[in-house]
Design a protein around this ligand. Structure first.
Ligand code: HEC
Length: 185
């Protein structure tokens, strides 16, 4: 084999290795695996009546930005892939300054704008951020996207100073959960 050919092969190999490693570390969220897990999470939440047509309805309450003006929050344990873990489901409703609690309580589906979810993944999933999986869905269960077209599912947006992880890092109890410290270890 001549040296030119060897050189080309070595270069090709390097390119392949860099492509593979780039693929593996490309983005902390919105990858096909994240989307697939987000869809499984939705199905499990629906089976457990946390979302969907047969959902339980807790009382809505008013809250500060950035989530909805009015929200409902439920949490508990569900199973995904034979693994039982904590899920926190927040439904967001209405427009700030326009929608009232009474409107949401009487007609939640009409006012729901999005559903934001935290699910506790296995240890090692994202140890620096307490292993939470983050997702944001339309009320229909479709994953929402950021302006770059990336699905909001996975470690959203690890390494950035905006979005779920960056903001929830400031939650009391160092557990990334704002409303209580039930899951703080
Ligand atoms: C700029 C800050 C900020 C960002 C960004 C943010 N949140 Fe929150 N989140 C909050 C605050 C504050 C609360 C508690 C108040 C409330 O109930 O709205 C909260 C509450 C929640 C809760 C209920 C559990 C808890 O922590 O109290 C979930 C679930 C949640 N957010 C998911 C998400 C997801 C998923 C994203 C990203 C798609 C996200 N959040 C982005 C600030 C933020």
């Amino acid at each position: 084999m001549n040296y030119v050919l060897k050189g080309i092969m070595a270069f090709g190999g390097l390119l392949l290795i860099s492509l593979i490693s780039f693929g593996a570390t490309a983005a902390p969220f919105g990858n096909p695996d994240d989307i697939a897990f987000g869809q499984k999470l939705w199905r499990s939440m629906a089976q457990n009546r946390l979302v969907g047509a047969n959902t339980f309805r807790p009382m809505p309450y008013e809250t500060a930005p950035p989530h909805g003006n009015i929200v409902e929050t439920m949490d508990g344990r569900i199973e995904i892939d034979q693994r039982n873990a904590v899920v926190i489901v927040k439904k967001n409703f209405g427009k700030r300054g326009e929608t009232t609690l009474e409107q949401v309580a009487n007609n939640p589906d009409k006012y729901m704008t999005s559903i934001t979810v935290m699910f506790k993944r296995e240890s090692g999933y994202d140890p620096e951020n307490k292993n939470w999986f983050w997702a944001k869905y339309l009320p229909s269960g479709i994953l929402m996207k950021n302006p770059k077209g990336m699905a909001l599912a996975g470690r959203v947006a690890k390494g950035s100073d905006k979005a779920c992880i960056a903001c929830h890092a400031a939650a009391p109890g160092d557990d990334y959960v704002y409303i209580h410290d039930r899951y703080a270890q």
